[in-house]
Design a protein around this ligand. Structure first.
Ligand SMILES: Nc1ncnc2c1ncn2[C@@H]1O[C@H](COP(=O)(O)OP(=O)(O)OP(=O)(O)O)[C@@H](O)[C@H]1O
Ligand SMILES: [Mg+2]
Length: 323
């Protein structure tokens, strides 16, 4: 049984009497212990779909259809209280910018310990020992002294390690890491991702890794969902997607970031045009205005998702070589 099973999920924004879908009918599964990546440009719906799983959608957003099953339980039917318990204990999230998630006027120790006390019901003294273990596990040296310090005493990378320690406090089954490293420089990014991958391996934790950068993904994730305009447009094995993308958008994402397996002199090629705007009416495939391969069919009909792809004009070996 998959640990997380998202089926036909649609999330819409309700504003000024209108309903605008931000996430459109997406389905995916995460198996126990796997790292699944969610990739796409800004605004593609990565955070909104993940916040729906967490039960943390903003007030103006609502799940309008679909199911989210975690360990066989439909999360959309849970009461707020039940969802809160689940969030502390079984599912946790690491956010993009640790400075906004940590309280600047409270010590790191009290913030980690609070999460442990709340979710595990441990005493203060036990929570302190667990906090020290957690900090050591995420690579914060001199943990006992560090507990007394405040967020501003920590570098960006160290703060992100603290956030990971808090997410790990209750040894959750699922961690959603929403661009956990975008605010960090490249070397630190790799250290943090290596750390998270090791933790998942050691604890059998499932991770959904959200990122803009498809080149990072192949190194950490087994499978990838590529999102565009609120939909999953391609999904599959990470290495296959990396070497032979079928959706022109996936190819575009790959050409826009430096690749580890390519000469550094290969120029980067950003995808033309701007990311999909949920408020703009677009007929057919939402990517067609930016797609170099678009046909009349792409301009008129929305491609159905099937066999890991939603595209009327997928890349074949011949088209790939012609470009
Ligand atoms: N609370 C909200 N109210 C209104 N619109 C929202 C809200 N949250 C998200 N959106 C819109 O929904 C769309 C999807 O946003 P989302 O945050 O999921 O993107 P993302 O893929 O996480 O992008 P990024 O990489 O920038 O984090 C965007 O167009 C965004 O502007
Ligand atoms: Mg986001």
């Amino acid at each position: 049984m998959p640990l997380l099973d998202v089926e036909n999920l649609t999330v819409s924004l309700f504003q000024d009497g209108t309903e605008t879908p931000l996430v459109r009918n997406i389905s995916y599964r995460a198996e126990p212990g796997e790292i699944l990546a969610l990739v796409g440009e800004s605004g593609s719906g990565k955070s909104v779909s993940s916040l729906a799983v967490m039960g943390l959608l903003a007030k103006s957003l609502r799940v309008t259809s679909g199911a989210i099953r975690f360990d066989g339980q439909d999360l959309l039917t849970l009461k707020d209280e039940e969802m809160r318990t689940l969030r502390g204990r079984d599912i946790s999230m690491v956010f993009q910018e640790p400075m906004t998630s940590l309280n600047p006027v409270r010590s790191i120790g009290s913030q980690i310990m609070e999460s442990i006390e709340e979710n595990l019901g441990l005493s203060r003294a036990q929570a302190r020992l667990r906090a020290i273990d957690l900090l050591k596990e995420v690579g914060v040296a001199d943990a006992e002294r560090r507990l007394k310090q405040y967020p501003h005493h920590f570098s960006g990378g160290m703060r992100q390690r603290v956030m990971i320690a808090i997410a790990l406090a209750a040894d959750p089954k699922l961690i959603i890491a929403d661009e956990p490293t975008t605010a960090l420089d490249v070397t630190i990014q790799a250290q943090i991702l290596d750390l998270m991958a090791r933790i998942c391996r050691d604890h059998g934790t499932t991770m959904i890794l959200i990122t803009h950068n498809l080149s990072i993904v192949a190194r950490y994730a087994r499978r990838v969902n590529v999102m565009y305009g609120g939909r999953i447009v391609e999904s599959g094995d990470a290495r296959t997607l990396y070497t032979t993308p079928r959706h022109p958008y996936t190819e575009g994402l790959l050409q826009s970031v430096p690749r580890l397996d390519q000469d550094r002199n290969v120029p980067l090629k950003p995808i033309q045009g701007s990311p999909a705007d949920p408020f703009a009416p677009i007929e057919g495939c939402r990517f067609h205005p930016r797609c170099p391969y678009a046909t009349d069919l792409c301009r008129s009909d929305v491609p159905e998702f099937g066999d890991g792809l939603a595209c009327h004009a997928p890349l074949s070996i011949e088209t790939r070589e012609a470009v």
